[in-house]
Design a protein around this ligand. Structure first.
Ligand code: HEM
Length: 517
């Protein structure tokens, strides 16, 4: 069997003088020893997406595109982390998703989710769900998001009264999942205030998911795992089946409603395409795919948006002048008292489009701490080219489009490790202006994030409502004094580094206090 190095040389045989870029290679262990050494410079629980960023810091001469061999724990990876190469695999030619992503999501979605579908099937279902995620439709759902955020603010008030330290991520998770339940299904999950069986099953299922070398490499061999996954699926599916039947009944009453949930709108688009005579129940195909999409949306909108809200709070808590600017903007657009803000948001939702500094804060948070990357599968004959004309074969490799590494690369961002919302407000041509295509937390191209508008709207509402009342203080120092950490506790000097599913370490332990203005 040819070694990985020989395979690459063979694929590149027309250029005998050129070796594909890669870190130091060991003929037996490939890049495992090297990767292990690099990751030993960060805390043990740091997210694996830090690997390319740390490789760049150790070997800047390698450039943004190179191969790493993770055998026997994972596939050979072609890392791409420049705007031009990422655009080649997502916009100019959208490579298929890597099969590892499909296996990762399979226990949750039974393989029927739009993240991993391909071709005509993907196009069909994405078109059915697109209208529900359009910016216009989401504006009609703002009052629902405001309602759930009001509960979140009450919970923060209880913490402010108690003066305790708590993991913020627990509460933003519950908020995000309640928002999803409301906007996707028009259902109040109320997980912020009470135990919800469906949410519990979803979280239990997510804990069982594994992606190659990532997260929990040996969890796949747990003999109890299939049983637990079956039980979780049963719990989720029976709940969702009832919810969907309920949505169908409502759709048949002819009741005119001012707003429609994302599922209502998808059902409307689907039935417009496939009218049926008999209306005794929801179309079985629609229902089967809808159950998978709802689970996917609850999962995707859960960890990503929730972690991003935590990071926005965290960054504002450590950058007073940005916090002051954001608050001034909110006061100018919405006035000061919380009740007035709530009312204004509900009655004039389009006002959230008048928050340029808040949007800059959100973009900068997502630049520094993007929750996701995009693993694609290479194709025979398809090569990626860098700006120097080097050609990278992709066939048989996992192509890792990794925004986290590019977002911190000084090649594309001045002061890349600094939180500078101002960079989003300067004129084109300014030294701080973002390079074209270098900000990709939601990826670009046809497989970009369907939920990006929803995530940004939700983040804006949470910031408008929560910053009015509270100051946030990261409590890492206090916790580390009480329970000192053995080994490293920061990545690039940051204590709130990303772990596991890209949430802040320790789930962002913090205190909230009444806002000092
Ligand atoms: C801050 C929040 C979020 C971030 C940073 C984010 C990021 C991303 C990224 C990078 C992708 C592309 C993945 C790939 O190419 O493999 C993606 C796809 C996707 N996201 Fe999000 N996401 C967020 C929130 C959401 C929400 C709220 C939802 C839905 C409720 C959602 C649903 C999806 C779906 C369904 C796809 C697959 C789209 C397709 O392939 O057609 N995401 N997201």
């Amino acid at each position: 069997m040819a070694t990985y190095e020989e395979t690459l040389v063979a694929l590149d045989s027309d250029r005998a003088d050129y070796r594909q870029p890669m870190p130091p290679y060991n003929p037996i262990f490939g890049h495992l020893l090297f990767c292990n050494k690099i990751m030993s410079g960060v805390p043990r629980d740091a997210h694996l997406q830090y690997l390319p960023d740390q490789i760049r810091r150790a070997l800047p001469e390698l450039g943004p595109n190179y191969y790493i061999d993770t055998w026997p724990f994972g596939p050979v990876i072609l890392v791409v982390s420049s705007p031009s190469t990422m655009s080649q695999i997502t916009q100019e030619h959208s490579l298929p998703k890597h099969p590892g992503l499909r296996s990762f999501l399979l226990p949750l979605t039974d393989g029927l989710d739009i993240v991993t579908m391909e071709g005509q099937q993907w196009k069909h279902w994405r078109n059915i769900y697109n209208p529900g995620f359009s910016a216009n439709h989401l504006m009609a759902l703002v009052p629902d998001i405001v309602q759930e955020t009001a509960t979140f603010c009450q919970i923060l008030q209880e913490h402010a009264d108690a003066g305790d330290i708590f993991p913020m991520k627990d509460h933003t998770d519950n908020l995000a999942v309640d928002v999803m339940g409301k906007v996707v299904l028009d259902s109040r999950l109320n997980s912020q205030r009470s135990y919800n069986k469906m949410v519990d099953a979803l979280r239990s299922q997510v804990r069982t998911l594994t992606f190659g070398a990532n997260i929990k490499p040996f969890a796949a061999y747990d003999p109890m795992r299939p049983l637990l996954q079956w039980h979780n699926s049963y719990r989720m599916n029976s709940h969702l089946s009832q919810e969907l039947d309920h949505r169908f009944k409502i759709s048949q009453t002819g009741e005119k409603r001012l707003t429609k949930s994302i599922i209502d709108l998808a059902l409307q688009t689907y039935t417009a395409e496939k009218p049926r005579d008999e209306l005794d129940g929801m179309d079985a195909t629609f229902k089967k795919f809808a159950m998978s999409q709802v689970k996917l949306f609850l999962f995707s909108g859960h960890d990503t948006t929730s972690s991003s809200i935590c990071y926005a709070f965290y960054l504002l808590s450590t950058h007073q002048s940005a916090l002051d600017s954001v608050r001034r903007e909110h006061d100018a657009v919405f006035g000061s008292p919380l009740e007035q803000r709530k009312e204004k948001l509900e009655q004039e939702p389009f006002l959230i489009n008048q928050l340029p500094f808040t949007l800059a804060v959100i973009k900068e948070s997502l630049r520094l701490f993007p929750p996701l990357s995009s693993p694609r599968a290479g194709e025979p004959g398809f090569h990626v080219k860098d700006t120097d004309g080097h050609s990278f074969p992709t066939d048989g490799f996992l192509i890792w489009s990794i925004s986290q590494a590019m977002h911190r690369d000084p090649e594309f961002w001045p002061q890349p490790d600094t939180f500078l919302p101002e960079r989003w407000l300067v004129a084109a041509g300014d030294t701080l202006a973002p390079a074209k295509g270098a900000w990709r937390p939601f990826e670009y191209g046809p497989r970009n994030c369907i939920g990006q508008e929803l995530a940004i709207i939700e983040m804006k509402i949470v910031l408008v409502m929560a910053l009015q009342a509270f100051d946030f203080e990261a409590a890492y120092e206090e916790l580390d004094r009480l329970a000192p950490i053995a080994g490293r506790s920061t990545v690039n000097g940051e204590r709130a580094y990303q772990v596991q599913l890209a949430q802040p370490s320790g789930d962002f332990p913090c205190r909230v206090k009444p806002a000092r203005k």
